[in-house]
Design a protein around this ligand. Structure first.
Ligand code: PLP
Length: 430
């Protein structure tokens, strides 16, 4: 496959844009280097690059594109919004409509606020939790990504129940000291953390189904126990549903699992492809936010008509009959096919899947936490990734990311993908 234009554009990009990319995961560092593909057009489940090669896309823009690229209803909604004026700086009816839609779908959102990204949404829930509890510390789970605010770019300390250390240059030690990181699915480590720091902890941040070291489900009872322990110690439970909301059903992962947080952060899918974030939760907590309360949060672009229109249109598409059944059916086909091919080629592999989102790990262990995901074979993933790309299958360039199906993928796309995977596994095995 000729990708000369991508090569040229990447050289040019590196002259002007730091690292040639505007988000580090787009560089191919996670797959041993290489040239990112410059896409120029996308429609449904497909991409076309600058050399006119066609790809079946499983990146889904890291999650938002569940309705497929350039969905006509979403494109039309954005066009109408643009014609009516892109940004007012006043309240609009669209914000009411969208807030009501989110509340109807995710009932724990007694009140909501719109922001511009998942990062902002999570960052604000932390501020609000601190304002509500009068405490400073937060707990998060190892390997979970919650955006790039200082507060969550903190790595685990030297053992369970130790304070964190900065995970990025520029994050101060003082900030890191406010964050405790414990292994996901390890309720004893969480209990020990609360026993040690319980009266200083404002909130725990939870991806109820993890999307950031592959798709990892909570062990039975884990989230219920997190809720019980957290509340017992007077802290709040925040769900980061930036990846998970509307991914497995029309509603949140909390509705899918039947366990409910005090506050929720949203993003990705709810914008239908435009920048968005939202947060919400119990009304007595949300009342801490300005203009009603002392916790400040604002945004020039927050609740802008284009993002609202795009989000409403996207949720309308997702509310149609059969959407999640289709995603699940194709997910099942893909999982079964990948596992059969791995066995055929004697490659150790395992798939974690929830409906239309899955991760293929190279290793034999069941993946329930970050250490296990980290121990999977990155070199084999890189070979697989590059082979798939060269055969026109676009995956996320990291062994930790998920494959996201869209409602536009077809059985035929899965069959083609599995044909490519047959060859890719052979290359891994060679
Ligand atoms: N939370 C989770 C679970 C995410 O996966 C991400 C992004 O990947 C974020 C928060 C940050 O969202 P954004 O990239 O919109 O700032």
């Amino acid at each position: 496959m000729n990708r000369n234009q991508s090569e040229l554009l990447f050289s040019e990009a590196q002259e002007h844009i730091l690292g040639g990319v505007n988000s580090p995961s787009r560089a191919f560092k996670g797959v041993g280097g290489g040239t990112p593909v410059f896409m120029k057009r996308a429609s449904g489940a497909y991409f076309w690059d600058e050399d006119d090669n066609q790809y079946i896309d499983y990146l889904g823009a890291y999650g938002p594109i569940i309705a497929g690229h350039a969905h006509p209803a979403i494109s039309q909604a954005i066009q109408t919004a643009a014609e009516n004026g892109l940004l007012y700086g006043t309240p609009t009816k669209l914000e009411n409509q969208f807030a009501k839609k989110l509340k109807d779908a995710i009932p724990s959102l007694e009140k909501v606020r719109f922001v511009n990204s998942g990062t902002e949404a999570v960052m604000t829930t932390i501020r609000v939790a601190r304002a509500y509890t009068g405490r400073d510390k937060i707990v998060k789970f190892a390997g979970c990504y919650h955006g790039h605010s200082d507060l969550v770019l903190v790595a685990a300390g030297s053992g369970p129940a130790t304070l964190g250390t900065p995970d990025s240059a520029g994050v101060t030690k003082n900030i890191a000291k406010e964050v405790i990181t414990v292994p996901f699915n390890d309720i004893e480590a969480y209990r020990a953390t609360l026993e040690k720091w319980g009266d200083e902890i404002a909130a725990v941040l939870v991806e109820p189904i993890v999307g950031n070291f592959g798709m990892v489900e909570p062990a039975p009872g884990f989230l219920q126990q997190v809720n019980e322990l957290t509340h017992k110690h007077g802290a709040l439970v925040i769900y980061d549903e930036v990846i998970t909301a509307f991914r497995f059903m029309y509603g949140g992962a909390q509705d899918y699992l039947g366990v409910y947080p005090d506050m929720t952060a949203l993003g990705k899918i709810i914008g239908g492809g435009l920048p968005i974030g939202a947060y919400g939760g119990r009304v007595d907590i949300m009342e801490k936010v300005a203009p009603l309360g002392p916790a400040y949060q604002a945004g020039t672009m927050a609740g802008n008509p284009a993002s609202m229109s795009s989000g409403i249109a996207c949720l309308d598409v997702l509310a149609e009959d059969g959407v999640y059944e289709h995603l699940n059916h194709l997910g099942e086909m893909l999982e079964d096919g990948l596992m059969k091919l791995a066995r055929k080629h004697h490659v150790q592999a395992t798939v974690n899947r929830v409906k239309g989102a899955l991760t293929l790990y190279f290793g034999s262990e069941t993946i329930t936490n970050y250490d296990q995901a980290n121990a999977t074979n990155g070199e084999q993933f890189s070979i697989f990734f590059k082979s798939m790309l060269n055969q026109g299958i676009n995956l996320a360039p990291s062994k930790f990311e998920a494959w996201f199906l869209t409602i536009k993928h077809t059985e035929q796309d899965i069959i083609k993908t599995l044909e490519a995977a047959d060859y890719a596994f052979a290359e891994v095995a060679a």
